[in-house]
Design a protein around this ligand. Structure first.
Ligand SMILES: Cc1ncc(COP(=O)(O)O)c(C=O)c1O
Length: 386
């Protein structure tokens, strides 16, 4: 019998990150693997969602986003990111940043085009390239600040390059790209007439005075950047599946068409609630930042006490850790051993690299968890490894 599945689907595996959550549940472990909070979403946002359902906002919203949410995205993107944004021309609301990224890639790329991706990378970008028929060109981030070599980046740009994906703050490393680094990337985008797709989903989660810079604010970049963000991380609601992208008008109309035929639209009542949440005042964002500083402060010393060598994140809510101080196992075997018998679930480093052997010394911990969860995890880690 011939194969009834596509060659595309055969070219990537199931998500290792999501798989680790399933493994964790089987072992009754503490889930520091997948990037989602185990604490409540903001009460005012939940109330707004209930009100919207009761008011019968239960049918399709405008395909590219409820006007209230597009206006809120435009206000927030202009005020926080410094990107002048028109709700009617530039904003597309999607089912999470995940859909915004694949919709944008499908809108921009043709088969055979090349996309530059920094490695390690958030694992979705690999399958995203396969689905859009594009070839990824990986550029390594390395050293304690996970920076790139400018010559290597320049060499990755060629006649087939159509786009570069920039994720800042970065999953899995916690790197926050500096203005100087973004200027180098922007220069190459302008020189090669390339689009920047920037995944800024962790833009409000920053440490040690790091500041978030959107590449679209650099000279000549607004007209060649798709800026992606969403509700999942800043508003602790990964299950609501609300995200958005801001892009120039011509790219937005292509993205809206792709988005329409992919999903029609994001959940209508949750869009109304998201519109209210985006207008939360400065205290909300300050409290979010402080809570993550506390969580990071609980996990890092526990990892160090165990003999692990964590990279200190400057943004997002993950710690990438070298494991060689505690084991000779590879990343997958170590992660499996650590979760067994009610242990701690992590994500093996190999899932963030094109060549799995490049991640064999690394695992990633997520600290978007309650203090109590992190304290339990810390105690379990010290008991097993310390
Ligand atoms: C870098 C990055 N982008 C996107 C996502 C997913 O975002 P959403 O829930 O909005 O689809 C994640 C989730 O972990 C992520 O780490």
């Amino acid at each position: 019998m011939r194969s009834h599945t596509s060659q595309k689907a055969a070219r990537f595996t199931e998500s290792v990150i999501r798989e680790m959550s399933r493994v964790c549940a089987q072992h009754g472990g503490i889930n520091l693997a997948q990037g989602f909070p185990d604490f409540a979403a903001p009460a005012a946002m939940k109330e707004a969602a209930k009100r919207a359902i009761d008011a019968d906002v239960n049918q399709y919203a405008v395909t590219w986003g409820a006007p209230s949410l597009r206006r809120a995205v435009a206000r927030r993107t202009a005020a926080y990111n410094g990107i002048p944004t028109d709700a009617d021309k530039h904003v597309t609301v999607c089912c999470g940043a995940t859909e915004a990224m694949i919709a944008a890639l499908l809108a921009i790329l043709d088969p055979g085009d090349e996309v530059v991706i920094f490695e390690p990378f958030y694992e979705n970008y690999g399958p995203d390239c396969v689905l859009s028929g594009a070839t990824p060109r990986f550029v390594r981030l390395s050293g304690d600040d996970w920076t790139f070599d400018e010559r290597e980046l320049r060499a990755a740009f060629g006649p087939k390059t159509r786009a570069i994906i920039v994720n800042t703050p970065h999953n899995p490393t916690g790197k926050v790209f500096t203005t100087d680094e973004l200027e180098v990337i922007a220069g190459l985008c302008r020189e090669h007439d390339v689009i920047a797709l920037t995944d800024e989903i962790y833009e409000y989660i920053l440490y040690d005075g790091a500041s978030h810079v959107s590449i679209a604010t650099l000279e000549g970049m607004a007209e060649r950047t798709v800026t992606i963000s969403g509700l999942s991380k800043t508003w602790s609601a990964t299950g609501w599946r609300i995200g958005w992208c801001v892009a120039p008008e011509s790219i937005t109309s292509a993205i809206r068409k792709v988005h329409d035929f992919l999903t029609v639209g994001a959940p209508a009542p949750l869009q109304e609630a998201a519109a209210e949440a985006l207008d939360f005042g400065p205290d909300y964002f300050a409290d979010l930042g402080r809570a993550y500083v506390e969580r990071r402060g609980l996990l890092l010393p526990a990892l160090e006490a165990c003999g692990l060598a964590p990279f200190v994140p400057r943004g997002a809510y993950y710690v990438m850790t070298n494991i060689r101080g505690v084991t000779q196992l590879d990343d997958v075997a170590f992660a499996m051993q650590l979760v067994e018998g009610g242990g701690v679930a992590t994500v093996p480093g190999s899932s963030f690299f094109a060549d799995p052997s490049d991640g064999r010394d690394l695992v990633r911990f997520c600290f978007a968890k309650r203090v109590e969860t992190l304290e339990r995890a810390a105690a379990e880690l010290v008991r097993r490894l310390g």
